[in-house]
Design a protein around this ligand. Structure first.
Ligand SMILES: Cc1ncc(COP(=O)(O)O)c(C=O)c1O
Length: 354
């Protein structure tokens, strides 16, 4: 994909690349040298720039801080086996950020601007893209209401910033999750499908409580019956029961995960039976009690796939078997990685080689 226009670049004179410990890339520790920044004013996006990553100054009255008009994305660029760099599924991330922006009364980002900014920024910081298994350059586009004004209103001004940083996968070992029966993440008609800041702030309380109880994360249930599985932390959820891949359907209360979509597409191609349907926690418990073969895992850009080892349900702990190389989860993960690294053909057109 060619860059449509040239964004002015001011290069850093103080690279911190040498500070990176490439063998240890905990999620979120490092930020690359440059960022993209652009302002929305008078009804249009203007003044796109790439410059050294730096603090920004904002007014205490800035609307995003008070009323929460803030939306973001989480994407990755991968070092391919031939050394080139691939930004994964730009189009789908672009559709999703615009869907989030629309829900929060924020202006859409033109595709050319989004795609060009990503490609140029990643090219400028190409040396920050790590090489190896389970590592990538995480990309964080962020849009927030930057108009300075008291008063509850839709902002007339916005800032788009894209920053990046090398990461390893979010979880290094299988996770323990707790079924959350009381607190909810999202309800029908709400903003659950948008990647807006408030969804994350609102999820912290129950997640912290679960962590204090020794879990890594919560399994969010539906807001009405507290029985049907929604998602977990920053991941969608997939289950395999007797070789059938089952995942909750898309709705306005879960994020349309790009990893979820990619794994479902690959699974169908591999001849694995898939079902997108409501799935209750009782169904999972019954399958485990009946001795069915069960896999449960989270899927997301940060985690890639996160095998679940324990599910806590109303005070009972349900242990899942260890995941072998032959598990459906591992087959899907390998197939996804093969596409992203260029080891197999990208027949879906997901890769954008920079
Ligand atoms: C709430 C939530 N659900 C699911 C996901 C997984 O989505 P994706 O695979 O696009 O990263 C994420 C991460 O972006 C998330 O924040």
């Amino acid at each position: 994909m060619e860059a449509i226009f040239d964004i002015p670049v001011k290069g850093t004179t103080h690279s911190v690349l040498h500070e990176v410990d490439w063998k240890n890339l905990p999620f979120g520790r490092y930020v690359s040298d440059h960022m993209f920044i652009c302002q929305y004013k008078n009804g249009e996006w203007q003044d796109p720039q790439i410059k050294p990553f730096q603090n920004i100054s904002v007014a205490p009255t800035m609307l995003a801080l008070h009323y929460g008009q803030s939306v973001f994305e989480g994407m990755k660029a991968f070092r391919m086996k031939d050394g080139r760099i691939n930004i994964f599924r730009i189009e789908k991330h672009h559709q999703r950020i615009n869907a989030s922006l629309d829900r929060m009364c924020m202006p859409p980002i033109p595709y050319e601007l989004f795609a060009t900014a990503l490609q140029q920024l990643v090219s400028v910081d190409k040396d920050w893209v790590p090489e190896g298994e389970d590592v990538a350059l995480y990309i964080r586009p962020l849009v927030f209401a930057s108009e300075a004004k008291f008063g509850v209103k839709v902002s007339d001004e916005y800032t788009l910033i894209i920053m990046t940083g090398p990461v390893s996968t979010l979880y290094q070992k299988p996770i323990k999750v707790k079924v959350e029966r009381h607190y909810i993440r999202a309800a029908k008609g709400g903003v659950g499908y948008a990647k807006c800041a408030g969804n994350y702030g609102g999820a912290f309380y129950a997640t912290q409580k679960a962590r204090e109880e020794g879990f890594d994360n919560v399994l969010w249930m539906d807001a009405f019956e507290h029985e049907y599985i929604e998602e977990s932390g920053t991941m969608n959820l997939l289950f395999v029961i007797d070789e059938k891949l089952i995942t909750p359907p898309l709705s306005d209360s879960i994020l349309d995960g790009i990893t979820r979509d990619s794994l479902l597409t690959i699974a169908k191609d591999l001849g694995i039976e898939t079902e997108e349907r409501k799935i209750s926690i009782s169904e999972i418990v019954k399958a485990l009690d009946d001795g069915c073969s069960v896999e449960a895992f989270g899927a997301g850009t940060a985690a890639v796939v996160a095998p679940i080892s324990v599910i806590g349900v109303d005070g009972e702990l349900y242990h899942l078997p260890t995941y072998t190389n032959g598990s459906v989860m591992n087959k899907l993960k390998k197939a996804l990685e093969a596409i992203r690294s260029g080891r197999t053909e990208d027949k879906y057109g997901w890769n954008c080689v920079v």
